[in-house]
Design a protein around this ligand. Structure first.
Ligand code: Z16
Length: 837
């Protein structure tokens, strides 16, 4: 063996020469060292988990050079940096992503084999994923961080280190049960706590006026409570580059101030209770996807992470001797929905109260730095804080918001003289009913740019959600269609497809997804279509194994895998899919199912714990599954599976194994969707409405390669205006009537004809999401799917064209658009001068 070189890193070089190696020997040595010194284990007695930890630490070591060099590059030369503010980051498992981006998957495989492990997969299985997000919005933030690093853009993601992420879902008797997510229990190796960079945050109390040294009247905040934010940093390595960005998540800690000692003498337990209250701030993620609960603790969480992050950004300027006046030249802040919108007021407060800026300059800096992404039009998702609650928690911020509002409305008055209606519509303060602070208004007024997340959605923001704002500032409203990272969603999750692509077009597609169009040349190559179909079959076999292990249901990989995975929501219409299954079931029972494709219909997704209708939809799907799967007449024709605990890791298994992607939301309701993109990239065909990014997917893959159905957004609007009556649609449709009658009879609930009553009442009464109106057209589209499935070659050709033409939906494209049109940031290539390999 070679003698160990103990030279110190050379100046300007941050490599530890001992830990730099990335060949299999070095990875093996790194693992051995961590087993021994970090974990206190001998290789002979190491468990799978020990080996997972050892490999993760060894890989993390190999990120550090890149990570520190990336921070050093900014320190050496000021460069505008992206600060992505998000209450959620759903980053998924880290080990395999870091192996891929470092380019050492094979080396790691070889290293673990020397410990007697059969496959790297056995070790990857052990990883707990941090579920620090609900769904699309949190996963989008994670894809964007990965693309930023891969595009060599200096960036930091700011968020909250929830101790408990999204709950784990188990299914018992067909119902969802929520179980707390203890992702930190075994120790999570990817985070680096940095307690020295902690920040202090206030809450509650009052404001007071005072006269400063220069004789100016000022206001200041005397909070009644404080918490400390302790940063926990996660390195985010770009694909095959040295740039390694950072996700900085804040954990709330209690302060042990002077008061703690002075006023709690003899009341030790009382004092500890106060400590517990502060630490509650980062305890748990609110499990609502697109509904606003208006809870005090939630506003506390938002202000907590926003305040820590802005203080951190200002401090970073100060340590680099950059004047705070140059904040907007050095930082660009993106607000991921209104969750961090308090940033507008908090940045004003820090600049005015702490750094003594004049209003106009503070406002200029704030407005130049901040941009806002809207992710929803649903009124129940638009955050509004009760004014009294807001005032009791953030009294100084409310004063500043009043001043922002006063100046803004002054401008509106000049533009629309005598128009009081428009003042009421635009005001940050909602005066209808009990007063509230409208966070979307604060964000829109404070930001220099407001973007939607798909073309249709951005258009509806202007036409329906904020027409008065759009009229006032037409140039402020833009679109950036969402995207997903091809590293996780193709290379990692579909290795079979990835190597086929490498063979056919070379490996550059992974950073340039537009190259996939070269596959179009193969659309009539019969052999290639067979190979393409065979890679899909491999994914389906793996998923079939997983389904059997998890649910005991045997599914046939040669059947059409028809998949709907996403949060359970009425607007996403999993019940429309369920009703369609009943119709197919009836056709099979009646002997009228002549040309239907044998199908395995797979569902996955969590319902918000307080969303009773969504929970009933899960019960409904499981009721149907039970009847269908137990009926011998369905053998070889129909299977229904509800996969419990849908998360990032399970998503990785699902997208690569899908033939048909269900994107069936009511037109106008799904802002974008991002699962739809993952499916298309992996060669699934979509059955879908003209909603969100479906519209753009269809435009790109070609309308002949997409199963369209349903009313358009404007048709839905018209229906609503003219008084929609779902009963008319039921009467007109024999198959729909029969399906509903069967549910009413208790056929899917062991004879209980009350169980699904609320669901039936909703569908046949108001039907707020137009399920009945779209049913017949949906069934016809499913018939077209069945017909297309009969011709496998043709199906594979259409699937190939979906993959070939979905390059646009890479998050690299989205991030390039944000960089050039909103953030005005450039890449900063990180060079490492010494040899670390
Ligand atoms: C969320 O996941 C989304 C919107 C929202 O207001 C809150 C949450 Cl937690 C989703 C949208 O529903 C979805 O259409 C979109 O693709 C996703 O955000 C990312 O933009």
């Amino acid at each position: 063996s070679q003698p160990i070189d103990l030279r110190l890193p050379t100046p300007g070089c941050y490599a530890d020469p001992i830990k730099a190696g990335i060949d299999a020997d070095a990875v093996f040595d790194g693992m051995t060292e961590h087993l021994f010194f970090t974990l206190g284990k001998l290789a002979t007695s190491a468990s799978l988990r020990d080996l997972y930890m050892a490999l993760s630490y060894a890989v993390r070591d190999r990120l550090m050079t890149r990570y520190l060099a990336s921070q050093e590059a900014i320190r050496a030369k000021p460069h505008k940096t992206v600060a992505y503010f998000s209450a959620e980051f759903l980053i998924g498992p880290q080990l395999n992503n870091n192996l891929l981006n470092l380019g050492i998957q094979e080396e790691a495989e070889e290293a673990v084999k020397r410990f007697g492990i059969e496959s790297l997969n056995d070790i990857l299985e052990v990883e707990e994923e941090p579920g620090l997000g609900n769904g699309g919005l949190g996963r989008l933030a994670a894809c964007y961080m990965e693309s930023l690093a891969s595009l060599q853009v200096p960036a930091i993601g700011y968020g909250i280190r929830y101790e408990f992420g999204i709950f784990n879902q188990i299914i018992r008797d067909g119902w969802q049960i929520e179980v707390t997510d203890k992702w930190l229990k075994g120790g999570w190796p990817w985070e680096l706590p940095q307690p020295d960079e902690s920040c202090f945050v206030g809450f509650g109390g009052r404001t007071e006026n005072y006269i400063d040294d220069q004789g100016n009247y000022r206001s200041r905040w005397i909070p009644s409570e404080h918490a400390i934010g302790v940063p926990h940093d996660i390195p985010i390595l770009g694909y095959r580059v040295n740039n390694c960005d950072r996700l900085r998540l804040w954990r709330a800690d209690a302060t042990e101030s002077f008061d703690f000692y002075a006023f709690n003498i003899g009341d030790y337990y009382g004092a500890v209770e106060e400590k517990v209250a502060s630490e509650t701030i980062s305890k748990v993620l609110y499990p609502n996807d697109g509904t606003d609960e208006g809870r005090r603790l939630r506003l506390k969480q938002q202000h907590f992470f926003v305040s820590c992050s802005l203080q951190d950004m200002i401090r970073s300027l100060e340590t680099r001797n950059i004047p705070v006046e140059q904040f907007s030249e050095n930082w660009t802040v993106q607000l991921n929905d209104t969750h961090p919108a308090i940033a507008v007021a908090e940045l004003m407060r820090l600049l005015i109260d702490n750094h003594h800026f004049e209003w106009d300059q503070a406002w200029d800096i704030t407005n130049r730095s901040v941009a806002y992404t809207n992710h929803t039009l649903l009124p129940e998702a638009l955050e509004k804080w009760d004014l009294n609650l807001f005032k009791s928690l953030l009294p100084r911020h409310l004063e500043l918001i009043y001043e922002i509002n006063k100046r803004f409305l002054q401008q509106v008055r000049l533009r629309y003289p005598g128009n009081d209606l428009i003042l009421r519509k635009l005001s940050i303060i909602d005066e209808e009913g009990s007063k509230a602070v409208r966070m979307a208004h604060l964000a829109t007024i404070g930001a220099h740019n407001v973007n939607g997340v798909a073309a249709l959605h951005s258009d509806l923001i202007k036409r329906q959600l904020m027409p008065e704002f759009a009229d006032l500032w037409p140039e402020k409203f833009t679109n950036v269609t969402n995207g997903v990272t091809p590293r996780r969603w193709v290379a990692l999750s579909n290795p079979e497809l990835a190597s086929l692509l490498d063979q056919e077009i070379g490996s550059n597609w992974i950073t340039n997804m537009d190259l996939l169009t070269q596959l179009e040349e193969k659309e009539n190559d019969s052999n290639f279509l067979d190979v393409f179909g065979a890679t899909k079959l491999l994914g389906k076999r793996k998923l079939a194994g997983y389904i059997h292990r998890q649910t005991g249901i045997l599914v046939d990989p040669s059947t059409l895998f028809d998949v709907q995975v996403k949060r359970i929501h009425q607007y996403k219409r999993q019940h429309l899919n369920a009703l369609q299954i009943i119709a197919q079931y009836l056709r099979i029972k009646n002997g009228t199912a002549h040309s239907i494709a044998p199908r395995t219909v797979i569902f996955g997704g969590k319902a918000a714990p307080g969303y009773l209708m969504a929970k009933l939809m899960i019960r409904f799907i499981n009721g149907i599954a039970e009847v269908v799967n137990a009926d011998p007449d369905m053998d070889g024709k129909l299977r229904v599976v509800f996969l419990p605990d849908y998360n990032v890791k399970l998503g990785e298994q699902v997208y690569s194994a899908t033939d048909l992607s269900e994107q069936i939301s009511t037109a106008g309701k799904e802002a974008s969707g991002t699962g739809n993109m993952k499916f298309a990239m992996n060669g699934a065909l979509t059955i879908g409405t003209l909603d969100g990014a479906n519209v753009e997917i269809r435009d790109r893959v070609g309308k002949e390669n997409f199963f369209l159905f349903g009313k358009t957004e404007s048709e839905i609007m018209k229906l609503r205006k003219n008084g929609y009556d779902p009963k008319q649609y039921i009467e007109k449709s024999p198959e729909l009537s029969e399906a509903i009658r069967l549910i009413e009879l208790g056929h899917f609930s062991n004879g209980d004809n009350e169980l699904f009553r609320p669901l039936l009442n909703s569908l046949t009464g108001y039907d707020p999401f137009f399920v009945m109106a779209d049913f017949d057209d949906y069934l016809l589209a499913q018939d077209r799917v069945s017909k297309a499935w009969q011709n496998h070659k043709e199906w594979n050709r259409m699937a190939l064209l979906n993959t070939a033409r979905s390059g646009f939906f890479s998050s690299d494209r989205s991030i390039r658009e944000y960089c050039s049109s909103i953030w005005k940031v450039n890449p900063l290539e990180v060079e490492i001068t010494c040899n670390i390999n």
